[in-house]
Design a protein around this ligand. Structure first.
Ligand code: BF8
Length: 676
């Protein structure tokens, strides 16, 4: 194949050249960043170099909620001495401005997760009403469990006897009640009661139980309009309601309904990183978040008809792979390989081997269209709420009622494009094996055994100190930090110190690319206690729990630990911590906040948009612990970051009186070694 120069050379005027090793810790990404520079194609790594973030925005104290501003209230050099006199034109203080901005981020994140959930609920309702037979109920056990949580009867009394209710009726009522959670006119979020009883009672006492999902998000937009809520504590109260409505509402319903329709994940093997692409195959990359689209594409791409069609066009087959959370969804249910994280979406196109990138919603960079114009790659948008202005982008609106035809059209378009490859194909030869697909149910099975079926064994290992504690490490990539460096350093430090890690989102993909999602990695990276547990049970030390809406699985796993007993009555009492080392999205702030108010000490890397308002910052990083047992923290250094989490875990062990058990285990090991 003759190499053609890409059409667009966008770096000609650029002075600074990105250093690939400084930009990413991942060798495959470094190779593609180098390739982009050689070809003169601009990526996010170049833009991060040439465009600095606004210092006042970073501090969280720029208010642009009316046209008298933007009012900018930077923290004076040397901090505030005496009374903080800073004010916007309306008199809004730095605390009010930072809190408004913060809760608006929660609203944005909660809206994204929850609208995704609503989309799944609508498909579920279409299935229940038999308007489509393209999707079906796959997991009836989960359906019955969810029906129970939503107060839908699964049995009826006939002639004085309790008998199973008609399944079609259960499906329909469950779908209607579920969809009602977004906009019902009275009552409270039904899933709030899935939290430990003590947590539910605490939320009730604090007055933060959500009424319905949409209302809490809308109310944030109202309260943050000029001249409404001007008390940072009251604003955060509403932020808390919306975050609970996300984690224990929109996200949890998204996870549950996806499991009902597409199957509850169980461990599967696969591979991760750009090296999963194949030069002699049609490479179709699915990118975004809702599995409604990707499930259908996976089904269609696997048909004999499409494989034969690809062969006719000169390819050996069809290689599907995923970017962002769609990648996690397809991995956990079908073993489809992970192509990369958020920061690798442009790089996948720069391989020259991506025949089509089909996207739905969230975390899709508009620049993929510009990069694709340099190659033969077709970018296909599919969702009515997520289009792109570039003319080269094709829009094929995907709908559950004609999903099969849409998916066929998309897969065929990718196949037809295979023969149009122009530039030299250069796929980095780096990928790692992966075991993914852990959920609340499979963790229970693996750690509890098929007969026992409880979290008791996990609790037992926490109590005896082999497992020091559990961490949920999640979240994005951020082009302001070195790609994947923070993720991997935090996770490795935690498992080295016997902390079992539960991961989702782009952290999960980063861990996958590093080989941390394999049972074998335990012997290499873990402390002796965690290594022993992983070896005995045959699990990786880092458990892949899915996409970002699946952070709800972490909440439920934490609840199961409480229920299994011996580690306190609430999530805030047992040794657990949260982290997002490279966060960047509003969704991450919503997740962080529902972790915090669920009782989890949560550390963010990069920065928090609160530093310009020290009183507000102290409120969420210190005062919140007194109210909710969980609090925010921030630390950019990944090793310190991990040790702040470990210190919290040790504090909780001490409070539970199980710190001695851990010391005893270590002494025993040491004495054994001395004997040896
Ligand atoms: O929802 S971790 S960059 S892909 S926002 Fe986006 Fe962040 Fe990745 Fe999934 Ni989550």
């Amino acid at each position: 194949m003759v190499e053609e120069k890409p059409k667009v050379a966008k770096l000609e005027k650029k002075k600074k050249v990105v250093d690939p090793v400084a930009a990413s810790i991942d060798v495959a990404s470094q190779e593609m960043i180098t390739r982009a520079t050689e070809l003169g194609i601009e990526t996010i790594f170049d833009r991060a170099l040439s465009m600095k973030p606004c210092n006042i925005g970073v501090q969280g104290t720029c208010c642009k909620n009316c046209s008298m501003g933007p009012c900018r209230l930077p923290l004076p050099k040397g901090g505030i001495e005496g009374k903080d006199e800073r004010k916007g034109l309306c008199g809004a203080t730095a605390n009010t401005i930072a809190a408004r901005n913060f809760v608006r981020m929660i609203a944005g994140g909660a809206a994204a997760h929850s609208d995704h959930g609503r989309g799944v609920a609508e498909v579920f309702l279409a299935v229940a009403r038999k308007e489509t037979d393209l999707y079906k109920v796959k997991d009836f056990d989960k359906l019955l469990a969810v029906a129970g949580h939503l107060g839908v009867a699964t049995t009826v009394e006939v002639d004085g006897e309790e008998v199973d209710r008609d399944m079609d009726e259960i499906v329909l009522e469950t779908a209607e009640v579920a969809l009602g959670e977004w906009g019902k006119t009275e009552g409270e979020l039904l899933y709030a009661k899935r939290a430990p009883e003590a947590r539910y009672e605490l939320w009730k006492k604090q007055g933060v139980i959500p009424r319905n999902i949409d209302r809490e998000i809308v109310e944030i937009m109202h309260r943050t309009h000029i001249g409404v809520d001007q008390d940072y504590k009251n604003l955060m109260k509403q932020g808390t309601r919306a975050a609970i409505a996300d984690g224990w509402g929109g996200s949890m319903l998204a996870t549950d309904l996806q499991d009902i329709l597409f199957g509850t994940p169980y461990p599967v093997q696969s591979e991760a990183n750009l090296g999963v692409m194949k030069e002699d195959h049609v490479n179709l990359i699915i990118h975004g978040h809702e599995p409604i689209l990707s499930e259908m594409i996976v089904a269609v791409a696997d048909t004999e008809e499409m494989i034969e069609y690809a062969k006719k066009k000169g390819a050996k087959g069809i290689q599907l792979s995923g970017i962002c959370c769609t990648a996690n969804e397809m991995l956990q249910r079908h073993g489809v390989p992970l192509c990369g994280t958020f920061l690798q979406q442009e790089l996948a196109i720069i391989t020259g081997a991506c025949d089509a990138m089909v996207v739905d919603i969230q975390c899709i960079m508009q620049n993929i269209a510009n990069v694709a114009e340099c190659f033969h790659t077709k970018v296909i948008t599919t969702h009515p709420i997520a289009k792109m202005e570039q003319e080269s982008v094709i829009h094929i609106e995907f709908d559950e009622h004609h999903a099969l035809e849409d998916a066929k059209r998309i897969v065929k378009m990718a196949i037809d494009n295979f023969e149009n490859r122009k530039a030299e194909v250069m796929i980095p030869q780096h990928k790692a094996p992966v075991v993914a697909g852990f959920g609340v149910e499979s963790v229970e099975y693996h750690l509890g055994g098929s007969f026992r079926g409880t979290y008791y064994t996990l609790n037992d290992n926490i109590i005896n100190g082999r497992i020091r504690g559990v961490a949920g490490v999640v979240g994005c990539n951020n082009a302001r930090t070195r790609h994947n460096e923070g993720h991997l350093a935090v996770v490795k430090e935690l498992i080295k110190n016997d902390v079992l890690v539960l991961t989702t989102g782009c952290n999960a993909i980063a861990c996958a690319m590093e080989g941390l999602l394999t049972p074998e990695s335990a012997a290499v990276f873990c402390g002796p206690g965690l290594a022993e547990v992983c070896e005995t049970v045959g699990i990786p030390p880092v458990l892949h729990l899915g996409s970002c809406v699946d952070n709800s699985r972490i909440l439920l796993a934490a609840t199961e630990v409480v229920k299994a007993g011996g580690l306190g009555n609430d999530i805030s009492e047992w040794p657990v911590a949260g982290s997002a080392p490279e966060w960047m999205s509003e969704k991450a702030i919503s997740i962080g906040h529902y972790f915090v108010v669920s009782g989890v000490y949560t550390v963010f890397g990069v920065t928090l948009p609160t530093s310009g308002a020290p009183v507000f910052h102290d409120y969420i990083t210190k005062e919140f612990e007194k109210m909710y047992g969980g609090m925010w923290d921030v630390e950019i250094d990944p090793i310190k970051h991990a040790h702040m989490m470990i210190a919290h875990i040790d504090k909780k062990r001490k409070e539970l009186g199980i710190d001695k058990a851990r010391e005893r285990v270590l002494m025993d090991m040491q004495s054994r070694q001395e004997m040896g």
